[in-house]
Write a new protein. Structure first.
Lengths: 248, 293
């Protein structure tokens, strides 16, 4: 589904991702782990070309999704982003109502059938385990709910567009254990239709939800393989140290 | 023991400084309010005497010493509307351009430099420029059109700057959230950035209206009439304007002493117009702010 070949990425002169190649299969969950600043978010942003928005960056190598090089000239970035949804590290709802936040992606992509929008908004909010908490205040501002609820709103917002791939950058870092486990449950469900790439600092979470795990360190992909193997019997010492918490 | 005393002293000093500076800020704040209040009271007391239905609905008579100021009110309204129709869209659009599209680069630096310089140019220079370009070269003559364009140029930098600042103050995470959902840049600007920036952009509008309605120099050679009881029928007509009328009756009327009261009355009307427009803009701003929150 996703294929990365010989990627190098630079912020100005800073070499943030070094010679990375890996592939991810459809309908799997891949966890990206590694210490802060190792390049996980940068790597994740390659797949929906959000790095394009940062000035003075350089990318070499190829990233392809479904066999198509997404950095080709004729690829329409907004189409790509419709197919590759993203949930950010910090919740960033729009200053609009809860309903309008979820409907936003559909609206900008040309949907204006009110009935369908309302149905999908409800469905997305249910998926993101938020419906019960907000169903009576859909017209209220998205700023008037808690940080954890906002993050689930952002997940619902991404789901409402029905992408093929879902990129999640530490989606649970602002969530309490109950909503975290709801999100994890959701990810298992979503796996049937979506390909998920998730960045997480929570080793248990990575071990629980993912099929494959990639360990990054200082811009390099140190080890990538089945989650079970990475957590029980990794090839590299440094991976072992990190997943067992003996790192730095 | 010694340490404890020292700590207490430090705490006491901190609290003292706190008290002194807060007091100072409060006094300064009150001073500003006081001065403003004083000016308003002064003008009101001096001007209220001539206020009447006739004063605001009739034309001046008896060599500007009697009658009303209706043509000047209409003229000033026309100039406010005309200059805003010109300056507001252009200013907002170029503010959007410099912040959202051409973020860096020479072109933007050049535009910034020009707008900053433009806002430092004395308004009489705008008057001369307007006369030479709009009145003479383009052949608009002394007219609402020429005056509005001149006033529009005068406030363009204000509109551009406030638009830029309003847009720059919006965190990128909102833009990224929108783009990541497949929105185009234009959709992001229209649906996320502008609604959020709008309340502050309105501030630019308020400042501009205040400026436009009070300026005399830019309209002196481009539109203002000394005495013109007829109302304008097209944008190519001259009009009277409140600030210029005020200047005339206060300095060069036929009988300055006799028209003193009218001068204060004119000033009062001018202030009321500006305050009313500000109030209206504020109501709009609050309404929109409530709507997007
Ligand atoms: N916009 C930027 N400009 C310059 N350097 C950047 C930028 N964003 C990230 N970097 C640098 O690139 C490296 C990788 O950053 P990245 O955000 O991808 O790390 P991360 O693994 O997601 O860290 P965290 O776990 O803290 O989120 C860091 O050293 C960071 O300082
Ligand atoms: Mg990160």
């Amino acid at each position: 589904m996703i294929n990365v070949e010989n990627i190098n990425f630079y912020y100005g002169k800073f070499h943030a991702l070094q010679n990375i190649s890996m592939g991810m299969e459809a309908n799997t969950i891949t966890a990206l782990i590694g210490p802060s600043g190792c390049g996980k978010s940068t790597f994740l942003r390659l797949f929906n070309r959000m790095n394009d928005l940062i000035p003075d960056t350089t990318l070499t190598g190829t990233v392809s999704i479904g066999g198509v090089d997404i950095y080709q000239k004729n690829v329409l970035v907004d189409d790509l982003r419709k197919r590759v949804g993203m949930v950010f590290q910090k919740p960033n709802p729009f200053p609009k109502s809860i309903f309008e936040n979820v409907a936003y992606g559909m609206r900008v992509n040309g949907m204006n059938n009110k009935k369908i929008i309302a149905e999908k908004v409800e469905q997305a909010l249910k998926h993101a385990a938020l419906w019960d908490e907000v169903k009576d205040k859909l017209k209220k501002s998205a700023f008037a709910i808690s940080g954890g609820q906002q993050q689930r709103l952002c997940i619902a917002r991404a789901l409402a567009v029905e992408p093929d791939i879902l990129l999640m950058d530490e989606p649970a870092s602002a969530l309490d254990p109950i909503s975290t486990s709801k999100i994890e449950e959701l990810m298992f469900q979503l796996k049937e239709d979506y390909t998920i790439v998730i960045v997480t600092h929570n080793m248990q979470q990575a071990a629980r939800v993912s099929d494959h795990t990639a360990y990054f360190y200082m811009g390099e992909l140190i080890e990538y393989g089945e989650t079970k193997k990475i957590f029980t019997n990794p090839d590299k010492k440094s991976t072992q140290n990190y997943v067992t918490g003996r790192f730095g | 023991m010694n340490d404890e005393i020292k700590m207490q002293q430090i705490h006491r000093r901190k609290r003292l400084y706190e008290a002194i500076f807060f007091g100072l800020f409060r006094i300064m704040g009150f001073m500003v309010v006081l001065i403003l209040g004083f000016i308003l009271c002064f003008i009101t007391m001096k001007g209220i005497g001539v206020m009447s239905w006739e004063f605001i609905t009739a034309s001046p008579t008896d060599g500007l010493t009697k009658g009303g100021i209706f043509p000047a009110i209409v003229g000033t309204m026309c100039l406010i509307a005309g200059s805003m129709i010109f300056a507001f869209p252009i200013g907002v659009l170029s503010g959007i351009y410099t912040t959202e599209y051409a973020k860096t680069g020479k072109w933007v630096k050049f535009i910034r430099l020009m707008t900053n310089n433009l806002s430092g140019v004395p308004s009489i220079v705008f008057g001369l420029f307007g006369m030479s370009l709009f009145v003479n070269t383009l052949g608009f003559g002394d007219s609402i059109l020429a005056g509005s364009l001149t006033l529009g140029l005068l406030v363009l930098p204000v509109v551009i700057r406030t638009t830029e600042e309003a847009i720059l103050s919006i965190d990128d995470s909102f833009r990224h959230g929108s783009l990541a959902l497949g929105a185009t840049k234009l959709q992001t600007i229209n649906r996320v950035v502008l609604p959020m920036a709008f309340p502050n952009i309105i501030t630019g509008l308020i400042l501009s209206i205040g400026r436009v309605s009070g300026e005399t120099a830019p309209i002196l050679f481009t539109v203002a009439a000394y005495f013109l009881p007829q109302l304008p029928t097209s944008i190519f007509d001259q009009v009277m304007a409140l600030p210029y009328h005020l200047y005339v009756i206060a300095t060069s009327g036929t009988n300055i002493e006799a028209s003193r009261g009218i001068a204060y009355g004119t000033a009062l009307v001018l202030i009321i117009i500006v305050l009313t427009l500000n109030l209206a803009a504020n109501v709009i701003r609050n309404y929109i702010q409530k709507k997007i929150k």
